[in-house]
Structures are given as C-alpha cells and as structure tokens.
Ligand binder design. Structure first.
Ligand code: 9PG
Length: 486
C-alpha cells in the first residue's frame, strides 16, 4: 500500500510504502491497524528517534547504522529499559524503541510511527520502521512533517491528565540521599519553609526496608509526626515509595514468596540492581499484591502525605511491553486509592502512565556533576545519574507536556558539594522554567547569598518561555541551546 503525505519542503507529495492490514487518513496523518506494520519511506533516515521504555531509559535521536553495545555486566545492570530492548542491544543488531519511533529525512523532516495502544515496540533502520505489538493487535499513528508538528499530533491521540500548575518541590534525595533522619529533615524543613516551596518531599531512606514501609530507627516519632510538622509550616507533605519492588533481603520476599513475579520456570524475574543488591518485582497481576499496594497508599495518606513519589514502577510492568496492560490496571487501582493526592510516577513506563500520573519523570536522575564517563562512555550506558543524561532524555520527551506534568528532575543552585559549572546549572534551571516543574534538593543553608537569591527568584517568578526551534529556547532574557547535548 502507498500513502501520500504533503511534503512541506518540496511543496509536493511524499509517497511512503507500508505493509499493514489497514490504513485510513485521520487528522495529522494516518491511522494504521495491525499487530505488525512496516513503513518504507523513499529516503534513507539519517537519524532514528529511539524512545526508551521507562523514565530512565534513553530517548534520543541516534544513528540507525550504529546499534547500541552496552557493556554492563548483565547481573549488575540497572533495569533501565524494557528487557527486550536490552536484549536487542546485546545482539548489537538494531535500535528498538518503546511505543514509537521516527526517522529523520536527509532534509530534516520527520516520519513518525507511534502506537496508540499499550505494549508496542518499534525497530528503526535507515530504510524502514517496523512496529510490533508484543501481544495481540493494536492501532498506530503515522505522520510526516516538521519534528514539533508530528510529535504534537501524536501526543494529541494519547491519554492526558492535567490540572493546575506543577508544584514547587523540595526533595531530600540529591543532597542527603539515603542518609536522612527526623532531626536532619526537621532542620532542613525550617530552612525550606522560608522559601516559596509548596511541597516538602521525603525521599528514599525513611523506610525499614523495601516492602517494609514503616519508619526506621532514624524516624523515632514516626511519619505522621513528620507530616504534621511539614503541614504546620504551610507545606504539603510528600513521600517516596517503591511499592512494587523488593530486594533480595526484603522481609516481604521471604514472608510472601508467592507475591513475587516469576518466569515460566518459577524463578523470580530480575528487576535490576541497586543499593548494591539484586532487585525483584511484586506480581502486579496478583490481587493480594494490589491490596497490599492500595493499603500502602492509604497508609501514607492517613499519615498526612498527599504528594506521593511512586518509584521503580517499571517493576509492575515487567517483563516489558507484555506487562503494560497489567501495569495499567494496577496503577488505575493506585490512582483510585490515592484520590486527590498528587502522584509523581518515576522509573515508570512512559506511555502506559499517561492519564493516571499527575507528574511523570521523563529522564534519568540528575546529579551534582555533568557526566560520569566511566559509565556513559566506557560502559556505553546513557541511563546513569548525571545532568547530561538527564537533560538529553528529558529534552526528547518534552512533546508530552500537554499530556502530563513533565518532571525534568531537580535543579541545582549550590556550588557546595557540586562539580557543576554555572552554565550547566542554568541549563537544568531553565528546564524547570520550560516544563514549569520546579524542584530542588539544595538545603538553603548550603547556599551563598547570591545562590539563595537565585533560588528565590526561580520559585517565585515564572520566566517567559519561547521555543526557538526543537532544541532551542528563549527563557526570560537568555537563549538556551540544548542541541550541544545531542
Ligand atoms: C531513591 C532514588 C531517587 C531518584 C529516583 C531513583 O538502578 N537504577 O537504574 C536507578 C535509577 C534511578 C534511581 C535509582 C536506581 O533513582 O529516580 O529520584 O528517588 O530512586 O533511591
């Protein structure tokens, strides 16, 4: 079958050959149906838009002739992507993406193939895009034109949930990491309360263990006590949870072995490696697991937390695209239980989270440094913490801004305990203006007077943002060119 697109550059038509059970014109492009579709443009793609599965996976334009070659030892790999896509990378054969893919023509136009249902992957070669649903049939959107237009057209077909402006958040992670305590957070709270923040979010480090969501010894008066102190300061209380994750040594793993997600041979499905330990997933298809997660959300709400950072959510969707339907039903249950609470999804399958999350982390973690070359260059892993990795993937997911509040992760204002240059900090700070999602982990007492002023201005005034091109923005008086990262 041949489909015609108008070619904005040549003022003529572009003919694209497709193999698909059905195709019909719709606003902005064509709607295709089928388990598998193949798309052959009349050009060789100079770049492939590779879209990673979850928050931390790589989303970027890549060279279709240079498939990835990750060198991470398998058993120590973080679960930064759909396992199928990781396997494909191991074969070193081709780039696969999650849900969508696109080719850039030699003249800069973009041909995009995007799934409209859950559980799809897209293979990119110079001469073709191949879309395939892991299970069953599904719908596809195919569009051709300028980059911003085709991505915006695709996003309009995807679910959305947007209300109000994103909150101003102080989050404990990127300053104290897991070394938090009640005393330390009360001190930070005093400092934070003097600034126009809206949420004080307690991150990883408060719990006894993954799967044992009670406060540890460093929180002697409990989590409700802390939430009360936060609310007394006029702030909303936020809490980090990884509801579907357990570690090797989690008590829950031993008390409820039947809750673990297992493969066909009954072995627990590996869910990555972190905190120096192998990770495992709870089975989100098990009703008891869903009751457990729902009661966890209820407990956090009863303690007084109404901003929940739900992390490592990919665990509920393993083994990859095949699990997205199950993930969606599990998260619908969570959404229902959470009511009006703000839900920030993190480490989350991107497309399967739309319409349920209030905020969605769309890149890997920032860090108070630009890049860790040991990992990004020598181990060929673009998913590790660092400002460069975070910015790159976030930039390639900004087209989701009308579907969900896009979280680019925190900005840094401090020079203390940081290796960042001011220009690098400004790129991330401006990402807060571009997305509207403004967060930091800097305790105000770590800041110099000028840095405090900068933080104050960031939180209290929104700068005018003007897109100047796909990866260039005017933010207030400044022009930021993110293309240098690509
Ligand atoms: C708390 C942190 C912070 C942070 C989250 C998440 O293994 N990994 O690939 C991996 C990636 C990110 C990560 C942890 C592990 O960080 O993004 O903001 O909440 O958890 O532990």
């Amino acid at each position: 079958m041949r489909l015609e697109f108008s070619d904005p550059l040549q003022g003529s038509r572009l003919e694209v050959a497709i193999l698909a059970p059905s195709a019909e014109p719709v606003s902005g492009g064509y709607l295709l149906k089928g388990r598998e579709v193949r798309v052959f443009p009349p050009f060789r793609g100079s770049q492939f838009f590779r879209h990673g599965w979850q928050s931390w996976s790589l989303a970027s334009w890549v060279d279709p002739r240079e498939p990835p070659r990750p060198l991470f030892p398998k058993e120590r790999r973080p679960q930064a992507d759909d396992p199928f896509l990781l396997e494909a990378a191991d074969w070193g054969k081709a780039w696969w993406g999650s849900g969508l893919g696109a080719l850039r023509s030699p003249r800069g136009q973009v041909l995009l193939l995007g799934a409209l249902d859950l559980g799809a992957r897209v293979l990119g070669r110079e001469e073709a895009l191949l879309g395939r649903y892991a299970l069953g049939e599904g719908r596809w959107f195919l569009a051709y034109g300028p980059e911003e237009e085709v991505f915006a057209a695709y996003a309009r077909y995807l679910p959305h949930r947007l209300s109000g402006r994103p909150p101003r958040v102080w989050c404990s992670w990127y300053s104290f990491y897991t070394k938090i305590s009640e005393a330390l957070l009360l001190q930070a709270l005093d400092e934070v309360a003097a600034f126009p923040f809206e949420v004080f979010q307690v991150d990883d480090g408060w719990q006894k263990a993954l799967g044992d969501w009670e406060p540890n010894d460093r929180f002697p008066r409990g989590m409700a006590f802390l939430a009360d102190r936060i609310r007394e300061k006029g702030l909303r209380a936020g809490l980090w949870l990884a509801p579907f994750l357990v570690t090797q040594d989690s008590p829950l793993r031993h008390s409820r072995p039947e809750w673990l997600l297992r493969d066909g041979e009954g072995r627990p499905v590996p869910a990555g490696f972190n905190w120096g330990k192998p990770l495992y997933a709870l089975d989100s298809g098990n009703e008891e697991v869903l009751d457990y997660v729902a009661s966890l959300v209820r407990k956090a709400r009863e303690w007084g937390y109404d901003y929940l950072k739900l992390d490592f959510l990919y665990a509920a969707a393993l083994p990859g695209a095949e699990g997205e339907g199950r993930y969606r039903r599990a998260m619908e249950r969570v959404r229902e239980e959470a009511g009006e609470a703000y839900l920030l999804f993190c480490g989350a399958p991107i497309l399967a989270s739309l319409g349920l999350a209030d905020g969605l982390r769309v890149g890997p973690d920032v860090a108070p440094y630009w890049d860790n070359e040991d990992r990004s260059f020598w181990l060929q892993d673009p998913t590790g913490p660092g400002l460069r990795n975070a910015l790159r993937t976030t930039l390639h997911r900004l087209w989701l801004w009308e579907n969900v509040q896009v979280d680019p992760d925190v900005a840094f204002f401090r020079s203390r305990f940081s290796l960042l240059f001011p220009e690098e900090m400004r790129l991330q700070e401006a990402m807060g203006e571009i997305t509207g999602f403004k967060a930091t982990s800097d305790p105000p007492s770590w800041l110099s007077p000028e840095e405090r002023e900068r933080l104050w201005a960031f939180l209290s005034r929104d700068k005018e943002v003007k897109p100047l091109g796909p990866y260039r923005y005017q933010v207030g008086e400044e022009v930021l060119d993110y293309a240098i990262l690509l």
